[in-house]
Design a protein around this ligand. Sequence first.
Ligand code: ARG
Length: 468
Amino acid sequence: MQHEDPPTGAPTPAKAWSGRFAEPADRLMQRYTASVAFDRRLAPYDIQGSLAHARMLSRCGILSAADLEAIERGMAQVADEIRAGRFEWSVAREDVHLNIEARLTELVGDAGKRLHTARSRNDQVATDIRLWLRAEIDGLLGLLRAVRERLLDLAEAHAATVMPGFTHLQVAQPVTFGHHLMAYFEMFSRDAGRLADCRRRVNLLPLGSAALAGTSFPIDRESVAAELGFDGVCENSLDAVSDRDFAIEFLAAGALAMAHVSRLSEELVLWMNPRFGFVDIADRFCTGSSIMPQKKNPDVPELMRGKTGRVYGALVALLTLVKAQPLAYNKDNQEDKEPLFDAADTLADTFTILAELLGGVTPRPERMREALSQGFATATDLADYLVRKGVPFRDAHEIVARAVREAEQAGRDLSELPLEKLRAFSSRIEADVFGLLTPEGSVALRRHTGGTAPEAVRQAIARARARL
Ligand code: ARG
């Protein structure tokens, strides 16, 4: 593979439109306007789209059978050259579309020049991006599924493992670790739903819109859509060549998915800190320090948290790209590709690594339970107990607050206060209270759908497996 890089001011090979211009393009201008350095990535989709277009032209009597045969033969060779890394990409030929068409024409002559009948690069590039993005979404959906499967496995193993649930990052109430993980399962399920929804709007064919106004040739767009696996055609030619909403939707769904990855990453970083010590993360996801010999740093979760910004950036870049564009196509749209590619790659790598990382997380149930002995996590359970014995909730709240103050002064948990001490706060308290002042007793009571009881978590996991 080569990049042609002529010296400044040097004459450059003729372009498809050079007849209109008197002077050769300057090298910087060429580099600035060219997209081949990055849109080469679309080559397989460009070829796929061109072949479907050529076959339709032939079916509709716009292209001869001999020309179609030459195009198919030439394209097979172009595809081979690209796959083998033998294709000579040229900056002077601007983008992936003109590079491929020029090489095809070198190989098969006039038939290659006829391929662009009833088409423009504007509908061509929109088609390529949609084909590419559809494949990316399908890949990401598979990866998100693997992430969710790992979460389910871990949640199942720890459906009854108690840990502190936090609000304001202060110990709030006991929850099960499985329940906590299932919260992320829900987030990633919504992410998958958003990607699948966005795919429906990606999967429509722009081709046939030509530059902006459609074409004077008697084309059959529906048959091209069917051949390329699109669900239908874009309805309006002006919209079809200029619309990038589908890409923005994809990035919005991706940005939100990264927000979820980032939240989970942040928790892993906290949990691995020895002051929490809730989990161990396998060495292969951590690194040491070049100066502090004792260090084991959770680099992978930190990087996942950090890479979130890239996808947010891509979303903002595309929103900004479209915001003041008049109809129809404008060259601005060439700037859609790098952020899109980067975001799709970041998402794919991140989901892949997250699924692996979850397999390398070892929970430390004893440390989670230990953390529950501080913070009076079952205070709400004592209040609820008093309510069940007829005490109005606001009074119960007050009684328990006083009991917590006493326990705190004594340096004990509520469950460690003797019954007589507790009864000094309310005579309704009896020996049966101790069953629910333990973390296990507390979570066991929350058996409803969406609750943290081991049995409720196991039911949620069973429903989740059925949904996957
Ligand atoms: N490389 C261009 C892009 O990515 C292809 C479309 C060019 N169309 C045009 N009229 N210059 O948008």
